[in-house]
Each structure stands twice: as C-alpha cells, then as structure tokens.
Write a protein that binds this ligand. Structure first.
Ligand code: DX5
Ligand code: ZN
Length: 221
C-alpha cells in the first residue's frame, strides 16, 4: 500500500479554504487533516465544529479530525454531525483506560472511524491494549499545539516498535499515522519505519510547488 497524504489545514490560507482544499485534492492528497485545539489540552486555539461543517460541504476527501482537546467524549457527536470520517483523540486527555475504551466505543457507535494519538513523551506500549478496538494510532512527532515545529526523532522508534508489535500479533487493519515536522526527509524515515499516513502542514501549504511536494512525500524510495 502506498502512503496516504493528509495535508494539515492548520497551515492553509483560511481566507481561501475552498481553493486550498481543491488544490490538495487535485495534487493527490487522499485525506485532509483538521486540527482542533481548545486552549486547555494544548496552549493554542484553532478551528472547530462550524469550520468542519463548511469544509465537509466543499470537500470529499476523508476528513481526518485530530482532537487536541480535554474531555473528548463531550464533543464526539458535534464533530460526527459536522462530517468527520475519522476522529482521533488524545490518550493523555483521558483519565483512565476505561475512558479511552468508552470514547472509542462512542465514536464507533456513529459508524465513524476512531483513532488514538500519543504525545512525544508518551510510551507507545501504553496504547497496545487498545489496538483491537482502534482504526488508527497517531504518533505525534512534535508537541501538539502548533504547526511548523521540528520533527522529534523519538517518533521513528515508536513507529518501528508499533509496526513490529502489530505484525507480530496480526493487527493488520489498524493504520499508523505521524504528525509534526514532516518533510521530504523525515517523511521518508517514517515510511521506512512502517507508517501508513503522513500529515504535513507547513511543508505543503503556502508553496507554489505543493504538487511536487506531495509527490515527494509519496515517492519515498
Ligand atoms: C500540531 C498539529 C499538526 C500540525 C502539523 O499540533 O497536530 O497537525 O498542523 O504542522 P507541520 O506539518 O507544520 O509540523
Ligand atoms: Zn494534527
């Protein structure tokens, strides 16, 4: 399977979102990454339900929604109604493993795909127990909260360890996604380590050669 590209709208021109979405699709992106920040779980505020609703009306790419928010359970339904196809929440935003399972079940009850994300400092082994119940694991390669940060190489080890574990125990349906500081070279490292989905914001948006950049992320051998 070739790698899936999920451009992060956080770096897009918000005054021209429709044009930005069109470009992403035309240039070969399969997904669109939608970063939700609440100023509480992360020290920044971004976009939320009304913007996702507008984006969903104009864009038929898979809406890959990354919830960087406290109390994710409370906001699952509004994001489902706004058109999310995949809802990823943070392991660190949950008080217990039981809560993680509850959020996964809630998302799945709406027939939407569910993902769990971990911050750079969280040990990947902590999420192994959820693999049978999740569609995707999102490995953060920067501290969540801002675009344009430098890739944290610890992500490479996490991706390889997770891939190895998933191969060993036959978790072939769960995807591995990486987010933060992805460019031509870090993207290549991640794909070599076994990632399925590359999120990229500042590397893609705001450049005249977005098409070539998407191609570079895809052709990584
Ligand atoms: C960071 C977000 C990322 C961000 C990535 O908290 O989750 O999706 O937009 O931006 P780049 O690719 O610029 O690191
Ligand atoms: Zn993100």
């Amino acid at each position: 399977m070739s790698v899936i590209i999920s451009p992060s709208l956080l770096s897009a021109d918000f005054a021209n979102l429709e044009a930005e979405l069109k470009k992403a699709k035309e240039f070969g992106a399969e997904w669109i990454h939608f970063d939700v920040m609440d100023g509480h779980f992360v020290p920044n505020i971004s976009i939320g339900v009304p913007v996702l609703k507008a984006v969903s009306q104009k864009c038929d790419l898979l809406k890959d929604v990354h919830l960087m928010i406290s109390n994710p359970k409370k906001y699952i339904k509004p994001f489902v109604d706004a058109g999310a196809d995949l809802l990823t929440f943070h392991y660190e935003a949950c008080k217990s493993d039981t809560e993680v399972f509850e959020v996964l079940d809630l998302i799945h009850s709406y027939n939407v795909k569910a993902g769990i994300s971990i911050k750079p400092g969280t040990n990947v082994r902590k999420i192994y127990k959820f693999l049978a119940s999740t569609d995707l694991i999102l490995i953060m390669s920067v501290e969540p909260g801002f675009g344009g940060q430098k890739f944290d190489p610890r992500a490479i080890f996490k991706i390889s360890n997770l891939r190895e574990y998933m191969n060993k125990y036959d978790f072939h349906k769960t995807l591995i996604e990486v987010d933060g500081g992805i460019n031509e070279s870090t993207g290549k490292e991640c794909v070599k380590s076994g990632v399925d989905v590359l999120v990229a914001g500042s590397y893609l948006f705001g450049h005249d050669d977005m098409k070539e950049r998407i191609n570079k992320l895809k052709n990584n051998d």
